[in-house]
Design a protein around this ligand. Sequence first.
Ligand code: NAD
Ligand code: MG
Length: 293
Amino acid sequence: MTKRNPLTDYYNDTYEKQPQAYPGIQSEMKPVPDCGETSYKGNDKLKGKKALVTGGDSGIGRAAAIAYAKEGADVAINYISDEQADAEDVKKVIEEAGQKCILIPGDLRDREFPKKLVEQAYKALEGLDILVLNAGMQQYEYDIQNLAEENLRDTFEVNVFAGVSIVQEALNYLESGSSIIFTSSIQGVKPSQHLVDYAMTKSCNISITISLAAQLGEKGIRVNCVAPGPVWTPLQISGGQPQENIPNFGKNQPLQRAGQPVELADVYVLLASDNASFITGQVYGVTGGSPIN
Ligand code: NAD
Ligand code: MG
């Protein structure tokens, strides 16, 4: 039996500074994040299920989408149209796994879009069992006086309001046994000084997980949340962090490195699967060591 060494089995060197414009393109990153394209192995844990993953073109959402397909689910992914190339790469991996992949570009800042997104996903997938609310916007700002109203609103639109609208629409379709998964952050419980607005929204993701799990329990719909620590994704290099934080990104964790998106995939799979039948209202930290409570 071979043991995986959590310090050395994934990239643990420093990163080059590499500024990109929001929302960032994964294929242009150095190194390209590992989203499980070849490293994740499935085992039919989600056979026959249908999933919608927002922000499924890159990073953590891409890792969830790929793992879901390798576990036997059909997957619809949402992303911004600038990210079409990353989304097409995901489609290819999912189709190679023998599953259906529906690409639904659209901007979650557009208040009309969430309803259309869910309708389109439900029709194309011919059902909906798993909802992963993972799209996120993070633009750092050290001085609250410079936090522009438009940026504040955009961050809340994408990270909070769109998720509420998507859930409202999805409840027309989700049946008992379905699973809703939010992506929060260590920032939701341990906010950094340069991420005032982002950290606020990530607390909201935890709050809604708890209130919605209580509300939907009687319908047999489970609601949980993943709270990642530092993970190597486009969000961080496209305005999520100042570039001077990039070389040592994640090095302050007990495991002394940033995570790769694939290292979160198993938690998204568990929470979506029937094996999690008694798990609801919970927040799972995948942080490299920082406690989330
Ligand atoms: P990512 O850039 O790969 O994914 C974020 C995705 O959000 C983008 O791909 C994009 O498709 C989507 N998105 C952003 N703005 C949008 C908009 N206006 N309309 C539609 N879609 C939009 O980065 P990621 O780090 O994988 O982010 C996924 C989630 O993980 C986010 O919710 C983020 O807050 C959370 N998270 C990330 C980290 C980290 O270190 N990378 C840590 C904690 C939490
Ligand atoms: Mg992306």
